[in-house]
Design a binder for this molecule. Sequence first.
Ligand code: SF4
Length: 419
Amino acid sequence: MEKQKKILFQTLGCKLNFAESSAIGKELTKNGFQVCNKNERPDVVIINTCSVTDTADKKGRQLIHRMVRFYPHAFIIVTGCYAQLKSDEIASFEGVDMVLGTNEKVNIENFITDIEKKNSAEVHVDNFGQIRNFKPECSADDRTRHFLKVQDGCDYFCTYCTIPFARGRSRNAPISETIKVAEQAIKEGAKEIVLTGVNTGDFGRSTGENFYELIKALDNIEADVRYRISSIEPNLLTDKILETVALSKHFAPHFHIPLQSGSDEVLRLMKRRYTTEVFAEKIHRVKEMMPNAFIGVDIMTGCRGESEELFIQGMNFIESLPVSQLHVFTYSERANTKALEIRPIIPMHERRVRTNILQEVSDRKLKKFYESQQGLPGIVLWEESKDKKNMAGFTENYVRQIRKYDETKINQFEQITIK
Ligand code: SF4
């Protein structure tokens, strides 16, 4: 009986990438491979890369060179967004045997029939316009939290972003298929499922359905499960979605909404699809319907055209919002993006100064939110604990709680008073 070939996964980037690596692992296990860990001698190494920033590309390069050094005998496959955007660059690296694009990643099992080391890398990367493949997938981060990939790609082409070129146009599977994957995860013990995608709220683009219909269908599954929406564009956060979450027994009052800038002029330069007025309206609607909801907001600092005056205007707008936390990113140039034509260019040190200023704003808002939750009821989902002394879990509105370790509580919901 032929010895099972061992596969080692190395994944960088977003939850979507981890969901995909986990699903590829499951698929390859069905095809006679065995997923192994770093301490074993892999026959194949699959590196699932990210390309959201220059730093992400750099981390990808470092990881590829490290894997080639550690496992000189292994068949090295590089896939993911960096591979889709810079396949020739990666194919030129010593020791790389195959480069696969976003379309090919979905059917990786069709490409690893012969794993003999190659003199030069084989490249299979469809142009971003041809990227059509999609499979709803679910990965388990641990016993408690599962990430359900419901959507991929994006049609928005914001001026600073390369993701549409790396992941293709917005697409998804029919609701019926997506529900099957969710039900399977619940059968496997999932208690919390995070809906992930590139532009998650744009679910339905390729099937004529919509995100509201998807969450209604998930909400109708009779099960002891909680859902979180990983992120949703403000222009896609409809009242129907808010009402469903507000009245739902399953959907958590936890929203992650990208704002990117608090200045209408900068939003216009970014080609975002809303104004600060619309954004503020959405935030107030959330708080009206769910006063204790957790709202996380993405902000990018130092984008092209963000003068000092526009930054201060933006900061004042953000200060005025009843949000819980900011995720602050420092703008970095990306090749082939329209933002490169925009002036003025903000010096990197000035961008970092702005990031630190908004990080302080975020710390203040988070402290204020946590204080406002003290003494209120919450439902915690307790997670596994490595030290077996204490264990942690999050309430539905994303307040982290700690308690003394109790094995019987792992992956269990518990009604508590927020401390
Ligand atoms: S919505 Fe804009 S920032 Fe988000 S993935 Fe699409 S193009 Fe990029």
